[in-house]
Design a protein around this ligand. Structure first.
Ligand SMILES: NC(=O)c1ccc[n+]([C@@H]2O[C@H](COP(=O)([O-])OP(=O)(O)OC[C@H]3O[C@@H](n4cnc5c(N)ncnc54)[C@H](O)[C@@H]3O)[C@@H](O)[C@H]2O)c1
Length: 275
């Protein structure tokens, strides 16, 4: 007759006997092929470097030819020019990558930007544009890379935003589209888990990308720094580090997750001080 305590202690013995892996080796990915979409600058450029350092060959995708070629040269990868919001172009891109490199192990989707609008001011065109720029490419990439990724048990990591996780005054269409990305990532994680494909998202607060450097005036930038428990804003390499972890075998039990990168902003209770 089975004794629950005996079963539990034999499980424990197995856990104690679990082989100790080479953890640093689990961060490496020699011989693999990674697709970074929106690789041309900022977070995408850093993600391309991080994956290349792990040993992956990086396919650097951008709408901007010069940017795609420059980052591919920096990381010893291959440049591709494609608009990821266009499903036909995504289909052709994936076919070309498989023709050129024979496999696909890692997908990272960086593409997205905000058109700041209040709900009162946002037009139908604003909503459609925002969902195309933030959501459509994620579903195209998930749909058309799932099969090749399943061959070797790969991963997809998408950049969302903390805007997806709370109200975002003046930025509602972007926040709603990013919330849809989070939902899509969770569904994809569950649907693709039986095929060995993991799907996650990183949700950064403000990141000092080239585009954000142009938008943030010094006063606003100082206000964001003052609001950060870590006392600084994120830089693109902070986000790329999380992408590298999620793409690696270190994260082999992580799927359907939102990794928040906000310097502790969300951990602080927004409440008047007692003392
Ligand atoms: N910068 C921030 O403060 C911040 C904060 C939270 C989330 N995010 C998210 O991070 C991601 C990257 O932001 P960023 O500021 O580094 O972007 P970025 O605009 O600096 O870089 C994006 C790159 O993608 C390329 N690109 C644009 N549209 C494309 C398309 N349709 N197909 C292929 N390539 C395309 C651009 O040419 C560019 O090289 C976005 O999803 C953004 O919403 C940014």
């Amino acid at each position: 007759m089975s004794d629950a305590r005996t079963d539990a202690s034999s499980d424990q013995a197995q856990a104690v006997d679990c082989p100790v892996p080479d953890y640093t080796e689990l961060l490496t990915a020699p011989g693999t092929v990674a697709l970074v979409v929106g690789a041309g600058q900022g977070i995408g450029r850093q993600a391309a470097h991080a994956l290349a350092q792990s040993g992956a060959h990086v396919c650097c995708v951008d709408t901007d030819t010069t940017r795609a070629e420059r980052i591919a040269e920096e990381v010893g990868g291959t440049p591709y020019v494609a608009d990821a919001t266009d499903e036909e172009q995504v289909v052709r891109l994936v076919e070309q990558v498989l023709t050129d490199h024979g496999r696909l192990d890692t997908v990272v989707d960086i593409v997205g930007m905000a058109r700041f609008r209040s709900l009162a001011d946002a037009s139908n065109e604003d909503w459609q544009w925002q969902f195309a720029v933030v959501l459509d490419h994620v579903r195209h990439l998930i749909k058309h890379t799932a099969d090749p990724l399943a061959t070797h048990g790969g991963s997809i990591t998408v950049v969302s935003s903390i805007a997806a996780l709370s109200g975002a005054q003046g930025n509602g269409p972007y926040a709603a589209a990013k919330a849809a990305v989070v939902s899509l990532v969770r569904t994809a994680a569950v649907e693709l888990a039986p095929r060995g494909v993991r799907v996650n998202t990183v949700a950064p607060d403000v990141v000092l990308t080239p585009r954000m450097e142009q938008i943030l005036d010094p006063e606003r930038r100082a206000a964001f720094v003052a609001n950060s428990p870590l006392g600084r804003l994120a830089v693109p390499s902070d986000v790329a580090a999380a992408i590298l972890f999620l793409s690696s075998r270190l994260a082999s039990y992580v799927t359907g997750q939102v990794v928040v990168l906000d310097g502790g902003v969300g951990a602080r209770l927004q409440y008047p001080d007692f003392v």
